[in-house]
Design a protein around this ligand. Structure first.
Ligand code: SF4
Length: 370
């Protein structure tokens, strides 16, 4: 997989004082740097170009976070959530998945990196210390890919060192890249979970542009699982339906268990493709060859477009059986589905509390002292 290199760096003048800025500029020596006091006018003029989203990805914007970096993952009432927290060290993604929600969600198209990470982590450390009675699962992959810029930012190292010292939290680094070289030489005591979004081969090739291939992702996961004390996770999300797609998903599951020892897997999630209606015209414009916007969709209880419920249940059940036959004890959960769908798929009642308990226990599993 080709590593990202920006065409230019925009440097917020407030970011200059942070040591990470110097480190990043050194790693990008030769890339033109433009210092700015106010980025808004540049964002506005970018919006007048033909493809602001694509153009924005070619610029790396170094700035400082103003205290909004650590948040609960937004929950959607009718669906079971799991008390997941997000840490935004970056916003935007260099990869180009046709279905990426960020295309409709982010108002700043520049690939944004927050360099005041020590300040963010200082605040987070105090928060975790003030809530020792609770356990936290925290991820960085909600508004960006956690690892695709790691050769430039080194966030995996900073975060792994930080979380290895936190008694009541784990960090999940979620990616569609194979950018794992820093992680191979680090120890996390099981408090870093490196997870991959996986899709069947034809979806990866046609819809997940610039990402690592399925083979590259699985090879990277195998290395992490065998050569480090980090654990791995997998998100079969978004599952993309098409006639006969099951056989391709089952082949993907076979490959996964050939590459990765199941005892190193913290969790596997399943989630069918869903998107806000506002994303549809953006997908049509930016990815005219993609068949996804023209699929058969119904509006879910959260306003997002989804496949029909019986079809979602059918897909989940087939993948559940394939996963359970290879790894009966692995923690398996559904992403953004109702209690009814959970019951149909797993045959038992689940609540938000039971899902949280299951995932907390999976997160703690590697270390007895959690
Ligand atoms: S890897 Fe994730 S964040 Fe990046 S483009 Fe794809 S869906 Fe969006």
């Amino acid at each position: 997989m080709k590593r990202y290199q920006p065409e230019r760096v925009l440097l917020d003048s407030r970011a200059r004082e942070w040591p990470l800025t110097g480190v990043i500029l050194e790693r990008l020596s030769g890339v033109p740097v433009e210092e700015v006091r106010e980025v808004r006018p540049l964002i506005e003029s970018l919006k007048n170009t033909r493809d602001p989203i694509g153009a924005g990805k070619r610029t790396l914007f170094l700035t400082v976070d103003e205290g909004r970096s650590f948040k609960p993952f937004p929950e959607s009432e009718p669906y079971l959530s799991c008390d997941y927290f997000t840490l935004h060290v970056a916003e935007g993604c260099d990869l180009e998945c046709s279905y990426c929600i960020l295309q409709a969600y982010l108002t700043n198209p520049f690939l944004t990196v927050y360099v005041n990470v020590p300040e963010m982590l200082g605040n987070l450390e105090r928060f975790l210390a003030d809530h020792r009675e609770r356990f936290f699962r925290i991820g960085t992959g909600q508004l960006s890919d956690s690892l695709s810029l790691d050769h430039i930012t080194g966030f995996s190292e900073i975060l792994t060192r930080f979380f290895s010292k936190q008694p009541n939290a784990v960090v999940e680094l979620k990616t569609k890249s194979d950018n794992i070289s820093r992680l191979l030489s680090l120890s996390s005591g099981g408090r870093t979970i490196v997870s991959w979004s996986l899709n069947r081969e034809s979806v990866q090739k046609k819809e997940e542009h610039k990402t690592a291939s399925l083979e590259e992702r699985l090879a990277a996961a195998g290395k992490i699982a065998r050569q480090t004390d980090h654990r791995v996770g997998f998100h079969f999300d978004p599952l993309v339906d098409s006639p006969g797609c099951e056989s391709e998903y089952l082949a993907m599951i076979e490959k996964l268990f050939c590459e990765v020892p199941s005892e190193k897997i913290a969790w596997i999630s399943l989630g069918c493709l869903r998107f806000m209606p506002e994303l549809k015209p953006i997908m049509e414009e930016r990815f005219p060859k993609s068949p996804l916007p023209a699929g058969e969709w119904i509006k879910g209880m959260d306003g997002k477009m989804r496949y029909f419920k019986p079809r979602r249940i059918e897909l989940y059940a087939q993948l559940r059986d394939a996963i359970r036959s290879r790894a009966p004890g692995v923690t398996l959960y559904l992403s953004m589905e109702s209690p009814e769908v959970w019951r149909e798929v797993f045959g038992v009642e689940h609540s938000k509390e039971s899902v949280c308990r299951m995932l907390d226990s999976a997160a703690r599993a590697a270390k007895k002292d959690f």
